[in-house]
Design a protein around this ligand. Structure first.
Ligand SMILES: *[C@@H]1O[C@H](CO)[C@@H](O)[C@H](O)[C@H]1NC(C)=O
Ligand SMILES: *[C@@H]1O[C@H](CO)[C@@H](O)[C@H](O)[C@H]1NC(C)=O
Length: 496
């Protein structure tokens, strides 16, 4: 917010500095010869200036047309209002699968599933977990997945007050991600029907069969794993047979926090990781643009790659960047949350507990049932809300591990205040000679990118040589899931 205010301020200030009108600059210009100063040389200069300005204007138009489409938002006059991402939403509505006349498996004969009970009011980490599994379920059952905006507030408003700050009530998926989940194509040869928007669902499925999730969960063990849930749902959807199925908005989530929050989620991974849902998952052009513009802060492009992009151009946009260490450190009110975790003897998020990962967490026996001893709190905080000293110690150890060879740049994903980040940078600089240390606060983001900054951080974490994340965080766990699916060395995923 502040940067935007200052930017807008700068623009207004510049207006006040506009050069004075020419006539005032020439107080001696008499009435008889108003253009006395118009010598041949000045005319030449003026012509030259005009040509130059015209070229500049052309360049500007060219840059606007070809450059990141969000540039204009940068100087949005009213910074109180978050972006609405209307362009991305328009793009979604225009996807080719939104056509009733297409032959089966899409069009008016296609089969669709709309999970009206999907989460809202959750952080992007939780929402993304559910989105991935829900769309994987649709894929496995041969139905078009109906996707919705990432929704903070379902009341139909554009903006929501969040701690005194306005945020968008919903963000179209196209602003966040790409891939089959968000309406992108499936790979050649895969006959799966493409995902469609909620708006199109309303047209293609005016009278859906509505089912409640208890119709499936009632027949399952309370501790059913993600794979068991998946198989039960695929079977149910086969039996139902209806072309249009809606999961009742009031019913429990298909894959809830108890599944994501435990090892029960792990057995779905081998199939999920090989599916186009994960293999073709990507970040939005908006996220990529933010990544590229800021890359020099955390992993400058090697010289050779800059000069010979054609040699490297086709390379994988999500490969690991050698030398990059990414730390995910949650501060702010997360401290209270960590106390809460200690009291309930919580475990790490499911995808942070792959057996191959070197760091494990067992809740302290002094916590549970809503209470925690001082030791249990301290123990949990160390893994959930580590101090600068604890962080620096861990980084020191990781640097000395096999996976940590050659680390030279650090990127800190964090919501910590600047002063705290300075202390951390100071501490990190004492243990090694880093080429670069940057944090989320150093990124230069456009107005549109500010509200999806978590995804920008996630893409940086996904590409780290080594990630040290927060085991309790769903954001970390999504990054770990993507890294594991990519086959990066398990010991390159570490936790506090
Ligand atoms: C999704 O969000 C856009 C605004 O970005 C809005 O125009 C549209 O109505 C929303 N769609 C649904 C189904 O809520
Ligand atoms: C670094 O690794 C070496 C060899 O594995 C070991 O001897 C040394 O104690 C390690 N240092 C730290 C600080 O962990």
């Amino acid at each position: 917010m502040t940067t935007l205010y200052s930017r807008v301020k700068k623009l207004t200030d510049m207006d006040n500095d506009l050069p004075m009108p020419i006539s005032e600059k020439h107080p001696h210009g008499g009435r008889m010869f108003p253009f006395r100063w118009l010598t041949r040389r000045t005319i030449r200069a003026i012509v030259f200036c005009c040509t130059f300005l015209a070229i500049l204007a052309c360049l500007r138009i060219f840059v606007t047309l070809s450059g990141p489409e969000t540039r204009e938002e940068d100087v949005k006059p009213d910074p109180q209002f978050p972006p609405l991402y209307s362009k991305q939403h328009q793009d979604e509505l225009a996807y080719p699968q939104h056509n009733l006349d297409l032959p089966f498996p899409e069009g008016r004969d296609g089969k669709y599933i709309w999970m009206a009970n999907h989460v809202h009011g959750s952080g992007w980490g939780n929402a993304m977990q559910e989105l991935v599994l829900n769309s994987y379920l649709a894929y496995k059952s041969g139905r078009s997945f109906v996707f919705d905006n990432y929704t903070w507030n379902r009341d139909g408003s554009d903006y929501t007050d969040y701690d005194g700050k306005l945020i968008p009530s919903r963000i179209p998926l196209a602003a966040l991600m790409t891939g089959p989940t968000a309406g992108g194509p499936f790979p050649d040869g895969d006959p799966a029907p493409r995902s469609v928007t909620k708006e199109y669902w309303d047209i293609v499925c005016p009278n859906p069969r509505v089912i409640d999730s208890y119709e499936v969960t009632d027949h399952l063990n309370q501790e059913a794993s993600a794979l068991e849930l998946l198989e039960a749902w695929v079977q149910k959807l086969d039996e139902v047979g209806d072309r249009c199925v809606e999961i009742s908005r009031e019913s429990l989530q298909l894959f809830g926090i108890w599944v994501f929050g435990s090892e029960r989620v792990l057995d779905i991974f081998p199939g999920l990781a090989k599916s186009p849902i994960i293999k073709n998952f990507g970040w939005s052009p908006l996220v990529h643009a933010a990544f590229d513009v800021n890359r020099h802060l955390f992993s400058p492009t090697p010289k050779l790659e800059t000069y010979l992009p054609s040699l490297f151009g086709s390379s994988d946009p999500y490969s690991a960047l050698p030398g990059l260490l990414v730390l995910h450190i949650r501060r702010g009110d997360f401290g209270n949350h960590c106390h809460h975790l200690a009291k309930w003897a919580s475990r790490w998020n499911g995808f942070n507990t792959f057996p191959e990962l070197p760091d494990k967490f067992e809740p302290h026996p002094g916590g549970g049932g809503g209470e925690a001893s001082e030791e249990a709190v301290q123990y949990t905080l160390e893994h959930c809300f580590p101090t600068v000293t604890q962080i620096v110690e861990k980084v020191h150890k990781v640097r000395n591990s096999t996976a940590g060879k050659g680390l030279k740049n650090v990127y800190i994903m964090t919501n910590a205040p600047k002063s705290w980040i300075l202390q951390l940078k100071y501490g990190l600089n004492k243990i090694a000679d880093w080429d670069h240390i940057a944090s989320s606060r150093d990124l230069k983001l456009t107005w549109d990118q500010k509200y999806i900054a978590q995804s920008v951080d996630m893409m940086i974490g996904q590409r780290a040589q080594v990630l040290i994340g927060n085991g309790f965080s769903s954001l970390t766990s999504n990054i770990v899931m993507l890294r594991m699916a990519k086959g990066l060395p398990p010991d390159s995923n570490r936790f506090w």
